[in-house]
Design a protein around this ligand. Structure first.
Ligand code: ADE
Length: 225
């Protein structure tokens, strides 16, 4: 998978790909991340990428010209499956969107700033608009980092243990069950006996039951309740 991220502060997006699982995915060649500074596509001496809103009002708007030049340049080099715009009024990111995007080949992610982009960008270039939650960030970069993490970890070969993404919370619209590690007894806090039993069908049944109980208690909405 190749992800091209367009931003006015591309430096904000460097560190998420320089550690841990995302770094491993990059190092293994499973994913390529390319950061693009939108100012490189400005045409004036000030490297302007935004301007005042027509009709008045506080806040600047990202201009269509630099974004058009950047996206068109990328599209002239290869085909893209999606051009995603990170914005608080997009569809809220969930596991099913992450699953779907993890199957794509090439993706462009455009990070919004200020009052957002000129509507014509959304009308003519964007295939999908994604929010990471009902709150407003200073820009789309941190949202793009969250999206990339959620998507990249699902690509086969990225996680060491192939089955672990499948047992994550939300994969079956259920939260994950409780997990424990050594020691089996800490102070007088004990690990549920079934997990030490070696009886794997019983352990699986216990996990399913606990996942259901936890979901019912913490996120009944996932069960349609
Ligand atoms: N840009 C600003 N706020 C955002 C959000 N909540 N999600 C995605 N991009 C954003």
């Amino acid at each position: 998978m190749r992800i091209d991220i367009i931003s006015v502060v591309p430096d904000l997006l460097k560190s998420p790909f320089e550690a841990s699982i995302l770094k491993r995915a990059v190092d293994k060649g499973i994913v390529e991340i390319h950061l693009h500074n939108l100012r490189d596509y400005a045409t004036d001496n000030y490297k302007s990428i935004d301007d005042y809103q027509f009709g008045g009002g506080a806040g600047m708007v990202m201009m269509v010209g630099p974004i058009d030049r950047c996206i068109s340049d990328l599209k002239s080099q290869r085909d893209y499956d999606e051009v995603i715009y990170m914005t608080p009024d997009g569809k809220t990111l969930n596991q099913s969107i992450a699953n779907e995007l993890s199957l794509k080949g090439n993706i462009i992610i455009l990070c919004g700033h200020y009052k957002g982009v000129d509507q014509r960008v959304r009308d003519h270039f964007i295939t999908r608009e994604i929010s990471i939650g009902d709150y407003v960030l200073s820009g789309g970069e941190l949202g793009a980092a969250v999206l990339c993490d959620a998507v990249i970890r699902l690509i086969p070969g990225v996680l060491g243990n192939e089955t672990s993404a499948l047992t994550d919370s939300f994969q079956d619209n259920l939260l994950a069950p409780p997990v424990y590690t050594r020691p089996a007894k800490y102070n007088d806090w004990e690990v549920p006996e079934v997990l030490l039993s070696g009886n794997f069908p019983k352990i699986e049944a216990w996990r399913e039951e606990e996942a259901y109980k936890r979901t019912k208690k913490l996120r009944p909405d996932l069960l349609g309740e």
